[in-house]
Design a protein around this ligand. Structure first.
Ligand SMILES: C[S@@+](CC[C@H](N)C(=O)[O-])C[C@H]1O[C@@H](n2cnc3c(N)ncnc32)[C@H](O)[C@@H]1O
Length: 211
């Protein structure tokens, strides 16, 4: 873990400029007692680059926390809708977004499955990063809002390797394996999962493209 974190620190230092808005968002989130589970800086930049590569204008995020990943997404997109269950997290996110000068984000509070059911606007890019057991349901809703070319990124789909354990009874692992079944069977989706190591340990993400 020390090696992974040290290399991540080097990589971020090598390729990313210090960014007061992003570091301020992490500091305010920590001061407000939010858990330190935002994406790492190099993962945030990957999301930002993917939105730009896809030419995505309308972005949907499921799981806001303090808005750290939201800032990365909002800097690449025309508009971001981000869904958060916890009103306190949403409040901190709104403060962080305002401090970062971000004005193109709508934070919607409530259980994401309920909020998703009310959404009708098409989505060009989605980042799914809330409670992992519900990932199949979230992706079904994202697919309802998708069109050919929509990109979907689902975070934490390796779970320290536990995802490969077919006997697991962990609800997050079960949700992830069910998600993979859904993606593999879907006639209009191509997907892959990449395992990663870094400052957040051993995990991974799934990248899907709607055909
Ligand atoms: C991993 S954190 C999101 C991190 C954020 N995307 C980032 O990288 O900065 C997951 C967030 O999802 C929220 N969450 C959990 N269950 C949820 C649900 N059912 N509906 C909406 N949000 C939920 C949690 O409150 C938490 O803030």
């Amino acid at each position: 873990m020390d090696l992974y974190a040290d290399v991540d620190a080097y990589l971020v230092d090598a390729l990313q400029e210090p960014d007061d808005a992003l570091s301020g968002a992490l500091e305010r989130s920590a001061a407000a007692g939010l858990p330190p589970i935002a994406v790492a800086p190099n993962q945030g930049k990957l999301l930002h680059l993917l939105v730009r590569i896809a030419g995505a204008r309308r972005v949907l995020e499921i799981g806001t926390l303090g808005g750290y990943s939201t800032i990365w997404l909002a800097r690449a997109a025309e508009h971001v809708t981000t869904l958060e269950l916890d009103p306190r997290h949403a409040e901190v996110a709104r403060e962080n977004l305002a401090s970062a000068g971000i004005t193109n984000v709508e934070v919607l509070v409530g259980p994401a499955l309920e909020t998703l059911a009310t959404l009708t606007e098409p989505v060009d890019f989605a980042f799914v990063d809330a409670d992992k057991a519900n990932n199949p349901r979230y992706v079904e809703q994202v697919l309802r809002l998708s069109h050919p070319g929509t990109v979907i990124v689902i975070d934490n789909t390796v779970r320290q390797g536990r995802v490969a354990d077919a006997s697991s009874s962990d609800s997050d692992v079960l949700g992830t394996r069910e998600l993979f079944d859904l993606l593999r069977a879907h006639p209009q989706v191509d997907a892959t999962t990449i395992q990663t190591v870094g400052s957040k340990g051993h995990d991974g993400f799934t990248l899907a493209l709607v055909r």
